[in-house]
Ligand binder design. Structure first.
Ligand code: FAD
Length: 556
């Protein structure tokens, strides 16, 4: 039986594990860049988070009866009420969460954290929670950025956080069908290691891969960077088991079904409101013979996006299509290390070539296209894409930048904490839209964010990339940053965050392509799916959970 000590948690105040942090020491261009664009001095003394002991942690309200019932079901060792466990399970990792936790603004944190070992124990926890009329919040990796974990601040009932960390096994692989049964608490590295040992991959690699779980991915409709090939989690997940108040829901792992409205789809994105996902059957693929990510430059954003659209409409089937706008490209250049990767490929010879072609280097956009499969397949895809890139005025710059991107991708999340230590607020908002609406949506979002900076009177930065291409459209992922002014940083953040989300609604996007609704985006839900849509979702939640015991307040 897995030990509780094997369950990994992130830092209580930020991303990732203790001892790992972002540094700009080996990136000489970053400090001048940040100074220029948001007026923050990276060399000024940083203000790290307070010591954990100085947090004002509210006392646990766990009753003796519920404590006994939970301990009876799991054993004392797996029912934990320490301050650290309760704080770690209280929040996700949105900017709002990080700012609040650093300010000791904790409000209604869980009274207890339970660590069940299997589905039978989860049923027992569910029964105990319902008998006590308490609240149950499933916890995967705690990486969400939509406010999907926090109990409502006025919640008067006891709050139980159910950590799935001990359910981390690949249970079986149906090699004939390419389907694997995996426990919901498995984090990305856990499950890829176990699949990889038998020559398989699930192909789901969100940027949060190292600290997010299969159950969390399903409950938030996650998307990984190789979704162009493997699909989003909604495509990958073929079946699941879910412990609910009325029993355990189980769907069949069939490739497709016409058995009425899709129950599988209802669980996808349900954020713990329809029960605890205990396991899922997912599509897996043989590990590819070859995998390569190639860098390309385009003269400007418009031509780069048109190339991504043309690739999605062509016979080419890359695993990644991604292009940064010119501002994100400049940011990438600013994070380059001395004499490595970017510096090498952005050689003076290359710059001279681009200038000769008449490129304005300020407008240039960096793209990554990924290929995987047999060597022959990869070679053919590269050829197809090369033609499309050339037709849109782009040029290939080889494997160097792609390899660098691949190495850096799971380190990037650490930068937000580094900036926060230095008084800068940085966060993201992402959406998807059809190809015909994509460019107007981009223009609207950038303009609204810049207006919101002006309203706050701050020097801000907004940048964007396109990733996850589909037949009819793509995802646009915006990052914004600014130096916090005097007063409440969360209120300042709200001005910018609301501006970009409202732009998505006004310009035919969705409220989120893959970060879910939570509490952060719920006010835009009716705009997105219409009032009758909201009523339908509410009705399903009420039918399954009439007492609002399951993660109340999220989505609707
Ligand atoms: P948690 O945060 O623990 O929980 C999220 C929600 O799911 C909660 O409502 C919780 O109650 C519910 N839940 C969790 N497990 C279960 C379960 N077993 N049963 C029922 N409900 C459950 N997302 C992407 O899709 N792609 C990305 O590339 C990506 N990059 C990110 C980068 C950073 C730096 C950060 C901070 C976040 C990123 N995210 C990304 C968002 C986040 O990682 C995803 O939302 C992820 O799917 C959450 O998984 P988790 O296990 O951490 O879930």
């Amino acid at each position: 039986m897995p030990d509780i000590k094997t369950v990994q948690h992130m830092k209580w105040w930020g991303w990732g594990v203790d001892g790992v942090a972002f540094s700009h020491d080996d990136k000489p261009s970053l400090a001048p860049f940040v100074q220029k664009v948001i007026d923050v001095d990276l060399n000024a003394p940083a203000e790290p988070p307070m010591a954990f002991e100085d947090l004002a942690v509210p006392a646990s309200q766990l009753s003796e009866d519920l404590q006994k019932a939970l301990s009876g079901a799991l054993g004392d060792e797996y029912v934990v009420s320490t301050d650290l466990d309760r704080v770690v399970h209280a929040f996700g990792k949105s900017l709002r969460d990080l700012v609040r936790i650093r300010a000791s603004d904790l409000r209604r944190i869980p009274d207890v954290v339970v660590y069940p070992a299997d589905e039978a124990q989860i049923v027992a926890v569910m029964d105990a929670v319902l008998a006590a009329d308490a609240v149950l919040i499933p916890f995967g990796g705690g990486s969400n950025i939509a406010g999907s974990l926090e109990a409502p601040s006025d919640e008067t009932r006891q709050v139980v956080s159910l950590d799935l960390g001990r359910l981390n096994k690949v249970l079986s692989i149906d090699e004939e069908s390419g389907l694997a049964r995996i426990q919901a608490g498995a984090l990305g590295p856990d499950l890829e290691k176990q699949l990889g040992e038998r020559g398989w991959t699930m192909g789901h690699f969100p940027d949060s891969f190292t600290h997010s779980s299969l159950g969390g991915w399903i409950a938030t409709r996650s998307s990984g960077m190789q979704s162009d090939k493997f699909g989003d989690i909604a495509d990958i997940t073929r079946a699941m088991r879910v412990v609910q108040p009325g029993g355990t829901l189980a769907t069949r792992a069939v490739p497709v079904t016409s058995s009425g409205p899709s129950v599988r789809e209802m669980i996808l994105g349900s954020e713990g409101r329809l029960g605890v996902i205990t396991e899922a059957t997912v599509q897996v693929h043989r590990k590819p013979e070859k995998r390569v990510v190639i860098g390309y430059f385009f003269p400007d954003w418009k031509r780069g996006v048109a190339a991504m659209q043309a690739i999605s409409a062509s016979d080419a089937t890359p695993s990644i299509t991604r292009i940064s706008d010119s501002r994100e490209t400049q940011f990438s250049f600013a994070t380059r290390k001395v004499s490595k990767g970017f510096s090498k490929f952005m050689s003076s010879a290359l710059i001279a070539v681009l200038k000769r072609r008449g490129w304005d280097l300020e407008q240039m956009c960096l793209s990554f296209i990924g290929y995987e499969g047999s060597a022959e397949h990869v070679a053919r895809q590269r050829k197809l894409v090369k033609k499309i890139v050339a037709a849109h005025g782009g040029i290939g710059v080889g494997e160097g930048p792609g390899a660098l991107y691949d190495q850096k991708k799971f380190d990037t999340p650490y930068i937000r904490d580094f900036l926060l230590d230095r008084g800068a607020l940085a966060d993201v908002s992402e959406t998807s839209a059809s190809w015909s609406h994509l460019m107007p949506l981009y223009d609207t979002a950038v303009e609204r964010v810049q207006k919101s900076f002006a309203q706050l009177g701050v020097k801000g930065w907004v940048m964007c990339h396109l990733s996850h291409s589909y037949h009819s459209g793509a995802c646009l992922y915006f990052t914004f940053a600014f130096k916090a002014g005097e007063g409440d940083p969360v209120a300042q953040y709200d001005v910018v965050k609301s501006a970009v989300q409202q732009a998505f609604m006004d310009a035919n996007g969705t409220l989120s392509h893959h970060h879910a609704v939570g509490t952060e985006h719920s006010r835009w839900l009716a705009d997105d799916i219409s009032e009758p849509g909201v009523q339908m979702v509410s009705g399903i939640f009420t039918a399954v959970d009439p007492g609002r015991n399951l993660n109340p307040g999220k989505i609707v």
